[in-house]
Design a protein around this ligand. Sequence first.
Ligand code: NAD
Length: 353
Amino acid sequence: MLDVAQFAKDQTVAFGAGIRNEIATHAERAGAERVLVVTTPHQADLGQALADALGPRAVGLSATAAMHTPVDISEAAAEELRRLQADSVLAAGGGSTVGLGKALALRTSVQQIVLPTTYAGSECTPILGQTEDGVKTTMKDPRLLPGTVLYDPELVATLPVAMTVTSALNAMAHAVEALYAQDRSPESDQLAMLGLEAFRQALPAVMADPSDLAAREATQRGAWACGTVLGRVGMALHHKLCHTLGGSFDLPHAETHAIILPHAMAYNAAAVPDLLAPVAALFEGADAAQAVWSFARDLGAPSALKDLGVTETDLDHAADIATRNAYWNPREITREGLRALLDRAWRGAAPAA
Ligand code: NAD
């Protein structure tokens, strides 16, 4: 089992089925006296249950989190937080909720406690993406890293099966890109492989029985490793493409990652096959991209951008935007290469270099 204590820096991390019911104890340990609970409208019941479990430490609930952390929502929640004189925020949810918690920490310096309910991994990074007037900007600041993260496998056990797979592939994408990151290190390589191994082993068990809490906890350890490595090294083509597609066509985050990952891997494997060879070995294929593509297919992951509502003419626009601003990638980015990649991802074809 992946031992996170070996790698955790600047964070208190704990795992356990039902750990959410001990939230008052963890809040006390963290010195949280006045806690604002945040979540999405969809997860308001979970937010209320946590506020109840916190007892007098809970001063309010804001179930307003939304995808891509819109600035107007963060400003309104920050005003509420100041009015309530909260000293801490408890974010219970996926990347959107964790984003709101970080946005509040940025504006008010409150400490963050997180109960993740997806595998996105934002709880392990000092990164925040915010959206204003349709433009998403990303920042990195050590103060954004949540201080306490509590992984309760019962909370991911409620993830619908389809979202379980896409969210897991979203996490795995962080690890894959870490393996060829320009600033990678032996430790980041180790973290990335531990994250991928956790999903490789536990995800099929979760799909066979979504209520298998031991397998769910193993996937959460994988999400922790993948999220942590995302915070420590730079990402490349895959994340840039998903960012472009998500921002331009308002696509769902995890599904987009799930579809693009094997194609981005194939593109980059042509330049750095040795760096992706451990992934091929782990997923038992001659080729890393094909092996991950097969793994995703076997689990029923979505495979075609056209099924998300992207039209064929959108692909030219996406290729233009994704080649406009230079960014580091192990293989030179060409518009022609990206357009071909997007075409395969749009049709749901197998990945190719
Ligand atoms: P999400 O948080 O947007 O959740 C999607 C939907 O699923 C929401 O309605 C949510 O309420 C619901 N949901 C979440 N967990 C559930 C559960 N266990 N059971 C039932 N429903 C559940 O999705 P996400 O993919 O976790 O996060 C995506 C966002 O996170 C994007 O905005 C992305 O940019 C951001 N992100 C940021 C970082 C970072 O380091 N800053 C990392 C990864 C993702």
